[in-house]
Unconditional design. Structure first.
Ligand SMILES: Nc1ncnc2c1ncn2[C@@H]1O[C@H](COP(=O)(O)OP(=O)(O)OP(=O)(O)O)[C@@H](O)[C@H]1O
Ligand SMILES: [Mg+2]
Lengths: 324, 297
């Protein structure tokens, strides 16, 4: 989680969180409680992963932050200003990709960006063309800039959407599933871009389903489930909460399982060549010694590092299923 | 590379303030985008074709030397005069398109203005740009008004061209029977085109309001055009006479009074006043609706 820590000290007025919500709640007109008393705090300079299963309220939260919808109750502050009241002063400093890109199909990629830039009253029309060209360059679309957006592939649209968020230098980028639809190479490029932006001091708020994506680029993360915040904090801390699993590779699986249970290993699972379980709070080497002493032929022995996915499952007590 | 690019994320963005002409850029972009839509061009194309059809029809019907007026003055106003003077085709074409084609075209553009952007999802990106809801609505409405003007001018110019091509041009006789010069006639034609454009201001506001109510461009367009037809039918029902003066289309054909000598201003003024009232009422309603609306599309 290195790339951001340096930036953290640079940005002025760092101590204020860039995004801060208090008891933020949204109930849609249909009666659906989409976000429930959310207290979110995104530190300046962080790359903040916003995780949650489908329908957990990520996009709804982002819409409230960007002033597109009015919270039912609670308050949201963006860059220290209340939203949606301060939209006009705050939003020029915020780039956003919300629920995928939306483009004018009959305009070229370049003209789409010119259009969005013209909508920003603080954007200087004299530098417009240059800034559009730079944004296109940044997302690797220069060659396709003259093509009608209708003829863009999903990934190209996604890139163009990102480019529109990068038309100005921003203090905050809010990206709702930015790698959706991108090929692996595109995903890597976007991740590199995010790291680059973060190194410049831009705070990045990134929603995603992809745990490993969050793990790779984010310094902080929050986990949502059914509209409620389950946990938030530095990624390293979150991952540390889930303990790793002990994995023993052996041909004598049943014997190994018996010994491990005896030694206090919980949730023992036997697969073809492996026995795994939750290690007890003691030196793993003792377990190994016990196995060997019982004549188990140990071919491999180790503790698998906990991933954010383990943390997620541990925290939500479930997988990635949609809650009704 | 521009100055803005070269600077790191710090400082440069903090002090950006809207320029003095903060609304102009958006309005221009709006206008350009509207005119680049295939749909807009098709509507203007249809409007340009109507005078051609009317002109050719009149030409064919009068080929034997008979006059259209013989059939007893039915059909659009002014049509009987076209054979004598091509300039009358301008008035005839405007009279023929004002009840339906022109307001329908305006209804399509106005109805699509907000709802179409919501439908495409582009509305959310305009709003986070941030275009500002009031500013965006103003830009949309102004663009629709420009389209009204453009549409009326397209009909007028096409009619003038066809009229000049198929029929003689020259001094003309007003409805009151006095004669005015061709130059004076052209001036009045322009004035009439402007009044026809102004007659569409009410429909434009109505369409804008409808557009803020739904997230579907097609639904908004259909509703606006439906309302247009309904109002015109209601205006024909004798039992509803008391309401008549409040229907936006009630005084539309008053533009013919500009061809009197001297001009009779009463109905013209009522028309313009009514359009202003519609613009105020439905403009405010659109603003009230749009300013606080949840944009989830
Ligand atoms: N416009 C709307 N009207 C009513 N309910 C809505 C609306 N948009 C979303 N919801 C509901 O609100 C809840 C949260 O939706 P939201 O889009 O915020 O989820 P999400 O976390 O972004 O999901 P995903 O990962 O699929 O993008 C869902 O139960 C959804 O059905
Ligand atoms: Mg979402």
């Amino acid at each position: 989680m290195g790339p951001v820590s340096a930036a953290e000290t640079e940005v002025g007025g760092v101590d204020d969180p860039v995004i801060h919500t208090r008891a933020l709640t949204k109930r849609y007109r249909g009666g659906q409680l989409a976000v429930d008393a959310l207290d979110l705090s995104v530190p300046a300079g962080s790359v903040f992963g916003f995780l949650g299963p489908n329908g957990s309220g990520k996009t709804t939260t982002i819409r409230m932050l960007m002033g597109l919808i009015e919270p039912t109750s609670g308050a949201a502050r963006l860059l220290g200003h209340p939203m949606p009241r301060a939209a006009r002063t705050v939003l020029p400093q915020v780039g956003a990709l919300i629920e995928g890109p939306a483009l004018y199909g009959f305009l070229s990629g370049r003209d789409n960006l010119l259009r969005y830039d013209a909508a920003d009253p603080t954007a200087d029309p004299r530098t417009r063309r240059a800034r559009v060209a730079a944004a296109l360059q940044r997302v690797g679309l220069t060659a396709a800039a003259g093509k009608k957006a209708r003829a863009y592939s999903l990934g190209m649209k996604q890139r163009l959407g990102l480019a529109s968020a990068l038309l100005q230098p921003r203090r905050l980028l809010v990206l709702d599933e930015p790698t959706n639809g991108l090929d692996p190479q595109g995903m890597r490029e976007i991740r590199a871009l995010i790291r680059e932006l973060a190194a410049d001091g831009t705070t990045v708020f990134l929603s995603s389903h992809l745990l490993d994506e969050i793990e790779q680029v984010c310094s902080h993360a929050a986990v949502m489930a059914q509209g409620r915040l389950v946990v938030q904090g530095p990624v390293a801390e979150l991952a540390a909460r889930a303990r790793g699993r002990l994995v023993v590779t052996t041909p004598d699986t049943s014997e190994a399982a018996r010994v491990l249970k005896e030694q206090g290993v919980a949730d023992v699972v036997v697969t073809e060549e492996q026995v795994s379980g939750e290690p007890p709070e003691r030196e793993p080497a003792e377990l190994n010694a016990a196995l060997v002493a019982s004549g188990v032929r140990v071919r491999g022995f180790g503790v698998e590092r906990a991933s954010l996915e383990d943390a997620f499952v541990a925290l939500t007590g479930e997988g990635f299923d949609v809650a009704g | 590379m521009s100055r803005a690019d070269a600077l790191p994320a710090e400082g440069s963005h903090a002090g950006r303030t809207p320029g003095p002409l903060w609304s102009l850029g958006l309005f221009r972009s709006e206008l350009v985008i509207t005119l680049r839509r295939w749909r807009t061009l098709a509507l203007l194309g249809v409007l340009a074709v109507v005078p051609v059809l009317v002109g050719i029809a009149v030409k064919i019907e009068t080929r034997g030397g008979s006059s259209v007026g013989h059939r007893g003055g039915d059909g659009p106003a002014f049509i009987s005069q076209v054979t004598n003077n091509g300039l009358f085709l301008v008035f005839a074409a405007l009279a023929a398109t004002l009840p339906f084609f022109l307001p329908m075209a305006v209804g399509v553009i106005a109805g699509d203005s907000i709802a179409g952007e919501a439908n495409a999802g582009t509305l959310r990106y305009l709003l986070v740009a941030p275009a500002g809801r009031t500013r965006l609505l103003l830009a949309k409405y102004t663009t629709t008004l420009v389209f009204c003007l453009l549409a009326a001018l397209v009909v007028a110019v096409s009619a003038l061209a066809v009229g000049a091509l198929l029929f003689p041009l020259g001094d003309l006789t007003t409805i009151s029977g006095t004669r005015i010069s061709l130059a004076d006639g052209l001036g009045r034609a322009l004035l009439i085109a402007l009044v026809v454009a102004a007659s569409l201001v009410g429909v434009a506001a109505l369409g804008l309001f409808v557009s803020t109510l739904t997230g579907s461009g097609i639904a908004a367009m259909a509703t606006t055009v439906g309302l247009l037809i309904t109002v015109q039918i209601l205006d024909q029902i004798p039992q509803l006479d008391a309401l008549g003066p409040y229907f936006f289309s009630h005084y539309w054909l008053s533009f013919a009074d500009l061809m009197r000598d001297p001009v009779q201003w009463d109905d013209l003024q009522r028309n313009l006043g009514l359009q202003a009232l519609y613009a105020a009422v439905f403009g405010s309603a659109a603003w009230a609706r749009f300013a606080g609306k949840d944009i989830t599309a």
